[in-house]
Design a protein. Structure first.
Length: 488
């Protein structure tokens, strides 16, 4: 199958400018004022564990991120742990995704469409969030972009068995980075239907796709046993569906604006399924188990960027008869307007307040509030990440509930004593620092250990200092001689 894209083509690689643009946007504020949020803290801690302990951890938690943790372990080993090392892989990966959008846009429409699509991708709000986040989702976006580029070239009749194998290999590796990325396969299937691909293309696609799914299936089955880790995700509601629904409507209108030819490979035939199918697929899965988080399908934004490029190309062509020089100034003008319009959101994304919490900020407050010999409690146990990421701020504090450290126990929060023991240990202390979320959890629904911690503090201690900072809270309690029922 061949395509006949309209628009200017030149010898200059169209992907170069989007790559540089994405890298510059990613490096801007990459340390986020020296802040780390809880998901990045998990990457930071697990990836630094020795390989044996890392493997032991994956048998208990976060198996879905295993390949990513191994990759970051290698980088930390080579370059040392640091905020730039933590986030730079996401910057470079999203730059690769932008390059793929640019090349696909050039092949399907023309250089202008490819350039605009590649420049648009890192400006999209959902992409900006993942652009400099120490998690796997930008790498997944790069894999989705590369697999889409390979499929387009194959449907254009360029490449044979080796390129089909490469397509299957990219889908496999991307699926091992996060198996929900396999939602790209039904998106590509819709593209095949839209373009009326022949039996040969269908057979090859089905074969390599089945191989990729088979390779990821063991990870899917194993990680399902750790489903309790996503039990906090709320059920899908109409309110949650508003933003993706608006996005799908915008994408559909953009596809119509490009006037896609029936049965032909086009930006609409590739971009709209890439945008819509993962969104709809994740919504469908959420009726079985709530898993709807936009970061799981941030790779679908590549479809929106491709459509944006195609629409702007159509607009430029429509304006050309009246404004002959439109092709010269339209792209930079649109980029300037987009950057200006999105500047408040861009600044907010690069601030510590953009994430749900900051483990380093609360560690700093612990250092300022504690005294030598004070005891320490965490609610829930996962909030121990702040002490693990910044141990120097907890020097002199005793973690009285901890019985086995996280690395040795193969967990993220460590193993703690039973509730009765925690209560006994707490009663023997004069001062206790409690590190928790900005708002205490609902006690009746908390684990028994956390209920025991909160109960003994409420019944036998008095809060003498209480500070909340960037989604976390540290409260200092002093033992009082007679129990009183003051609220925490």
């Amino acid at each position: 199958m061949t395509s006949h894209p309209a628009g200017p083509r030149g010898p200059t690689p169209v992907w170069g400018v989007p790559v540089l643009w994405t890298v510059l946007l990613g490096l801007w504020g990459i340390t986020r004022q020296h802040s780390v949020w809880r998901d990045e803290a998990a990457t930071w801690l697990v990836a630094q564990r020795p390989t044996g302990q890392l493997w032991h951890t994956l048998q208990h938690v976060d198996a879905v991120h295993g390949l990513y943790y191994l990759w970051m372990h290698a980088l930390f080993t080579c370059f040392g742990p640091g905020l730039v090392t933590l986030r730079l892989p996401s910057v470079l990966a999203m730059a690769g995704a932008a390059a793929c959008v640019a090349v696909v846009g050039r092949q399907l429409v023309g250089s202008r469409a490819g350039l605009v699509g590649g420049l648009a991708l890192p400006l999209l709000p959902a992409v900006q969030f993942q652009l400099q986040d120490g998690r796997s989702y930008a790498l997944v976006a790069a894999g989705a972009g590369l697999s889409t580029l390979l499929l387009v070239t194959l449907l254009q009749g360029r490449g044979g068995t080796g390129r089909w194998a490469a397509y299957g290999g990219v889908v496999l590796v991307t699926g091992l980075l996060h198996w929900l990325s396999l939602l790209i396969l039904p998106a590509h299937a819709v593209t095949l239907l839209w373009t009326r691909a022949g039996r040969g293309a269908w057979a090859r696609w089905a074969g390599v796709s089945a191989g990729a799914v088979a390779g990821v299936l063991p990870l899917i089955l194993y990680s399902r046993g750790q489903a309790r880790q996503v039990a906090w995700i709320p059920p899908l509601t109409w309110h949650m569906a508003i933003a993706p629904s608006v996005l799908l409507v915008v994408g559909g209108l953009a596809a119509l604006a490009t006037r896609p030819p029936a049965g032909r490979l086009s930006a609409a035939a590739v971009g709209l399924p890439l945008l819509a199918v993962p969104q709809l697929g994740l919504m469908g899965l959420s009726f079985i188990q709530p898993v709807f988080l936009d970061r799981y399908i941030v790779f679908s934004q590549l479809g929106l960027a491709l459509l944006i490029g195609a629409v702007l190309d159509v607009a430029a062509r429509a304006a050309a008869p009246r404004l002959p020089r439109a092709s010269t100034w339209l792209v930079p003008a649109v980029v300037v307007v987009a950057v200006a319009a999105l500047l408040p959101q861009s600044l907010a994304t690069r601030s510590p307040a953009s994430r749900v919490d900051d483990v380093l900020a609360v560690a700093d407050r612990v250092r300022a509030l504690h005294r030598e010999g004070d005891a320490l409690l965490f609610v829930p146990a996962f909030r121990r990440d702040t002490a693990l990421v910044s141990p120097e701020d907890f020097t002199g504090l005793r973690d009285i509930a901890l019985t086995c450290p996280p690395a040795e126990s193969g967990t993220l929060g460590g193993e703690e004593a039973d509730p009765a023991t925690i209560r006994t240990l707490a009663l023997s202390e004069r001062r206790i620092l409690l590190v928790t979320d900005a708002h205490l959890p609902d006690e009746p629904s908390s684990p028994a250990r956390d209920q025991a911690k909160l109960a003994v503090l409420r019944e036998h201690f008095t809060p003498v200092a209480d500070e909340r900072v960037r989604g976390r809270r540290v409260t200092v309690y002093e033992h009082r001689p007679h129990p009183r029922h003051d609220p925490i």
